[in-house]
Write a protein that binds this ligand. Structure first.
Ligand SMILES: [Zn+2]
Length: 295
C-alpha cells in the first residue's frame, strides 16, 4: 500500500496538472456514475492529502475523496503542458515505485478506457484514470472534516496546528509502538516501511508498549517521521539510510542500500552486525534489529 508521501505527491500532481481547469468527469466502469455526474464540468481547485486519504476539491464545495487501498492506482497522460509523473500508486512490491513519462508522443486525447476505470478526469491537456481504489466518493466540506477528525496528525501537514502534541497524546496506549504507528487514528500516513525504519533510527524496540516511551523519545520519533517523509515527497521514493551506512559505491542507493531493516530479515544490521529480525505483527511484517533496538 502506498505510504503517505505518495498520496501527498499525488495531491500535488492534481493541483499541478488540473488546478484551475474545468474537468469532464465520468465513470467508464459505471460504479461511480452518480458521483461523477455531480463533479462533471466543475473547476478543479486543488488536491490535498491527510495521511493516506486524497481529497480533490472542486468548485461548489464538493470534494472527491479517494483511498487507494492495496490495489488502487491513478494513471495520467497528456500533452507537454500536462507535466508530472505518469503514474502514482500501486503496484508496489518493494518500496515505492513511480513510472516516469515516456518520450512525449503527439497527444490525441485520452485512450479508450482499459480495464475497470472507476473515474476518469479529462481536460483539454490531459487525463487521469483511477482503478482499483478502496474508496472513491464525493463529500461536502463537513464530511471532509468528519473524515479528517478520525485521523491522527500527519507528519507532512506542516500547516496543521498542535501536531506534535497530538502525536504524544494519541500514542498514550499500552499497544506496542510498532502497532500503534500503523494505526491511522494515532498518526496518519505512516506505513510499513516508515514504521520499521523510524523505530530503528530512533533505537526503539517496536514491541515496547507505546505509553512507556518518554517524551524525549516521542519527540525524536515525531521529528524523524517528519524528516523522512518530507524527503519521500521530494524524492518520490523512500531512502532512510545515512550516507555513512551505505558504503558500497557499486550498488545503487535505492533499493539495495535504501533501508536499515525493512525487508532485510536474516541479514546483518548495517550498524551493529546483529541479525535483522522479522515478525508478523498486526497482519504486517515488522522488521527490527535486536542489537540497536533492545532495551
Ligand atoms: Zn543493529
Amino acid at each position: 500500500m502506498p505510504e503517505g508521501h505518495s498520496i501527498h505527491r499525488l495531491a500535488r500532481q492534481f493541483t499541478d496538472v488540473f488546478g484551475g481547469r474545468r474537468v469532464a468527469v465520468t465513470s467508464p466502469q459505471g460504479r461511480f456514475a452518480d458521483g461523477a455526474a455531480r463533479l462533471d464540468g466543475r473547476t478543479l481547485l486543488r488536491g490535498s492529502a491527510h495521511g493516506k486519504q486524497l481529497f480533490v476539491e472542486f468548485d461548489g464545495g464538493l470534494h472527491l475523496r479517494v483511498h487507494l487501498g492495496l490495489y488502487g492506482a491513478f494513471s495520467f497522460g497528456g500533452d507537454e503542458q500536462f507535466a508530472g509523473a505518469s503514474s502514482i500508486g500501486a503496484p508496489r512490491r518493494i518500496g515505492e515505485r513511480e513510472d516516469l513519462p515516456a518520450e512525449p508522443a503527439v497527444y490525441r486525447g485520452p485512450p479508450e478506457p482499459v480495464g475497470q476505470v472507476r473515474v476518469r478526469l479529462v481536460t483539454e491537456h490531459g487525463w487521469a484514470d483511477l482503478r482499483g481504489a478502496s474508496v472513491c466518493e464525493v463529500l461536502t466540506p463537513a464530511e471532509v472534516d468528519a473524515v479528517r477528525a478520525r485521523l491522527g496528525p500527519d507528519p507532512l501537514r506542516t500547516a496543521d496546528e498542535g501536531r506534535a502534541a497530538a502525536f504524544h497524546r494519541r500514542l498514550r496506549t499500552r499497544t506496542g509502538i510498532g502497532v500503534a504507528l500503523m494505526d491511522q487514528s494515532r498518526v496518519a500516513g505512516v506505513g510499513n516501511i516508515y514504521r520499521a525504519e523510524s523505530l530503528f533510527r530512533c533505537r526503539i524496540d517496536p514491541l515496547r508498549p507505546s505509553a512507556e516511551l518518554d517524551s524525549g523519545q516521542l519527540d525524536r520519533l515525531w521529528d524523524d517521521l517528519c524528516e523522512l517523509m518530507a524527503a519521500g515527497v521530494r524524492e518520490g521514493r523512500i531512502v532512510t539510510t545515512d550516507p555513512a551506512d551505505r558504503p558500497d559505491p557499486q550498488l545503487p542507493v535505492w533499493p539495495e542500500q535504501a533501508y536499515y531493516v525493512y525487508q532485510r530479515a536474516g541479514r546483518e544490521c548495517r550498524r551493529c552486525g546483529s541479525v535483522v529480525q522479522v515478525a508478523e505483527v498486526a497482519g504486517r511484517k515488522l522488521y527490527w534489529c535486536p542489537g540497536c533496538q533492545g532495551d
